[in-house]
Design a protein around this ligand. Structure first.
Ligand SMILES: *Cc1c(COP(=O)(O)O)cnc(C)c1O
Length: 354
């Protein structure tokens, strides 16, 4: 039976990418050797790293503007501390929009003063704070563009003189933005780009070199930039698969093309959530995420029936995060409109059964 994979991460990847990646594990570029048993310094792998880095900048429209793309390890969680290690000298601002922002704040506090410019903790992160002021003189302002767990997404980014850092783990490459408004973007690969194990960091070079502390090499962005993202052995399989996904996206027509499909998927599901009395949306309407839709059953007694229908339809990964409960449909780039249609059919079937 065809599976419809709504998993929040690691998550669905394009079928053709999985096919190519698995072939490369057996025989990379016709070499008779596996991608994962050759030197990362070999000509063929160096070409992979170069292509992955340049595709990332190209898709974001950031080529030739002083940005570097790195594929690092340690997940987005290491970026929580690495950003502060490299950039926080006195005081940084954070917008607290959920569990991931909260964790980023906790790490940053090890390095300097942290000011929460806004928070939606009071309503368990159902909304994105607005109308907050960003004081002058911050080392940077840190945002989380998409809150994977709560299903909210920043639609309008604040204007500030401070360098803007954004955790885009769960919505990078999903919608068009002016990416040049950001000075540093990071994203764990496993939400919209590839398998776990690689973290994409897009960084504007000129924000570096301003802190006085000494930085260990592995945590120093400048070291990774100087070594073209090959300071140590990169996660070769994750980088290769990410490269394939970025290439897939480019061939599809880039971010503008995928955004159109993502909008359709989100509209289809959200209109069902709104019109169907069996379900209630979790996040505030104005701030709803196009990547992760969070919702609940209006009556918990229907749980058994709903989950039975989901299983029969081949729907996987719909359970909400433990801090929210209910359900979460993650609609990353590789998920088809058809899969969302199958979910919506199950939801309307629930309504018919009343
Ligand atoms: C999943 C996620 C993280 C954590 O990523 P890891 O790679 O597991 O460290 C951080 N931020 C956001 C927005 C996420 O969705």
């Amino acid at each position: 039976m065809k599976k419809h994979n709504f998993s929040a991460g690691p998550c669905i990847l394009p079928k053709e990418v999985l096919l190519q990646a698995s072939e490369a594990v057996m025989d990379f570029n016709g070499s008779g050797l596996s991608l994962i048993e050759i030197s990362h310094r070999s000509k063929d792998f160096v070409a992979v790293m170069e292509k992955a880095r340049s595709l990332a900048l190209e898709l974001l429209g950031l080529e030739g503007q002083g940005y570097e793309a790195l594929f690092l390890q340690g997940g987005a969680s290491t970026q929580f501390l690495m950003t502060a290690y490299n950039l926080l000298e006195n005081k940084a601002g954070y917008l607290n929009t959920g569990t991931w922002s909260d964790k980023a704040i906790k790490e940053a506090k090890l390095f300097g003063d942290v000011m929460e410019v806004g928070s939606s903790k009071d309503e368990n992160f159902k909304y994105i704070p607005k109308g907050y002021t960003v004081p002058e003189g911050l080392d940077y302002l840190h945002l989380t563009s998409n809150n994977t767990i709560f299903g909210t997404q920043i639609k309008k980014f604040p204007k500030t003189d401070a360098p803007l850092i954004c955790d885009m783990s769960s919505d990078i490459f999903s919608r068009q933005l002016d990416f040049s408004q950001f000075d540093l973007i990071y994203a764990g690969a496993q939400k919209n780009m590839g398998p776990a194990g690689a973290t994409l960091v897009i960084i504007k070079q000129d924000i570096l070199g301003k802190v006085t502390r000494k930085i260990p090499s592995m945590l120093d962005y400048q070291v990774h930039i100087n070594k073209e993202s090959m300071f140590n052995t990169p996660s070769v399989f994750a980088v290769y698969t990410s490269m394939l996904t970025l290439d897939w996206l480019k061939n599809l027509g880039g971010i503008s093309a995928i955004e159109e499909i993502n909008d359709k998927k989100a509209q289809l599901l959200y209109s069902e959530i709104e019109l169907n009395p069996v379900f209630n949306g979790y996040a505030n309407k104005a701030d709803r995420s196009n990547m992760n839709a969070t919702f609940n059953l209006s009556d918990d007694k229907l749980k058994g029936e709903f989950e039975k229908l989901l299983q029969e339809a081949g729907i996987n990964g719909l359970n909400g995060h433990r801090s929210v409960g209910g359900y979460r449909a993650s609609m990353y780039n590789a998920l088809s409109l058809e899969s969302v249609g199958v979910l919506v059919d199950v939801m309307s079937e629930m309504e018919r059964k009343g």
